[in-house]
Ligand binder design. Structure first.
Ligand SMILES: C[S@@+](CC[C@H](N)C(=O)[O-])C[C@H]1O[C@@H](n2cnc3c(N)ncnc32)[C@H](O)[C@@H]1O
Length: 237
């Protein structure tokens, strides 16, 4: 599914989009759902093939769902909470930079399993532990890390962008073996993780940027996924 050899962070968004798009083009995929795609959908404005019968945007926040145009169905759920009342199921579920906001990663993936049709696939792009910016974000209080991001990446707080939501990184890991073990009893027929290395967070921090870049490249060459920074997590029911 994912072809890039040196999994550098610059490729992860494109690889995620290609994986999502490959699944959308599969004629067996009819009903699709994106979690947290209220302001920027993974499929952008690309026209969908005619075999797609429904596209649902789901989010925990009613306010976020207000941004969604009428051409999409909406579903307000806590993707990590109780979804026993949800009757819809999907052939493809996708999420981009949402999985890290789930306080209980196991419950999140259990819910995804419940929402998938037999043979359906979920594709999630997440930042991963233990790349240092995410490790710091995980360990320090939210108020402090929010200020740091405002300083280092002010563009994230522009009107069109999403700002910063609290992140837990629960089961946001770049290792297939780790994730297969963690999700073993849920019942997925396959779990595959494609990890990426490096990030933009230290671009303005001379010295730290070079040091982290060196370490990330070393880990990328050796596939030391404990220091991965992003991952595409693919689970199949
Ligand atoms: C960082 S934004 C997603 C950004 C968007 N996918 C993108 O790539 O720009 C995270 C989204 O996840 C939603 N979210 C956070 N926790 C959630 C949960 N437990 N269940 C469902 N949605 C949640 C937030 O409301 C928000 O819309």
């Amino acid at each position: 599914m994912i072809q890039s050899e040196m999994r550098w962070h610059l490729n992860c968004r494109q690889d995620y989009l290609e994986a999502v798009w490959a699944s959308i083009q599969d004629e067996k995929t009819r009903r699709i759902m994106e979690i947290g795609g209220t302001t920027s959908r993974s499929t952008s404005d690309r026209p969908l093939p005619s075999h797609i019968t429904s596209f649902t945007i789901s989010d925990i926040s009613a306010e976020e769902l207000d941004h969604v145009s009428d051409e999409f169905d909406t579903l307000q759920i806590d993707a990590c909470g109780d979804i026993a009342h949800v009757t819809q199921t999907f052939d493809l579920i996708m999420s981009k930079f949402c999985g890290e906001h789930m306080p209980d990663g196991k419950q999140f993936h259990k819910n995804m399993h419940q929402l998938l049709n037999e043979g359906g696939v979920a594709i999630h792009l997440v930042p991963t532990l233990f790349a240092s910016p995410f490790l710091i974000n995980w360990m320090l209080p939210e108020g402090l890390t929010r200020k740091a991001v405002q300083l280092l990446q002010p563009q994230r707080f522009d009107k069109q962008n999403t700002g910063k939501f609290p992140a837990y990184y629960s089961l946001c890991r770049g290792s297939t073996r780790y994730m297969r073990n963690a999700l073993a009893d849920i019942g997925f027929s396959d779990v595959e993780v494609y990890e990426y290395y490096g990030h933009h967070y230290y671009d303005k921090l001379f010295g730290l940027r070079q040091l982290d870049n060196w370490l990330s490249r070393l880990c990328a060459r050796r596939s030391w996924s404990f220091y991965s920074s992003y991952a595409i997590i693919v689970t199949r029911r």
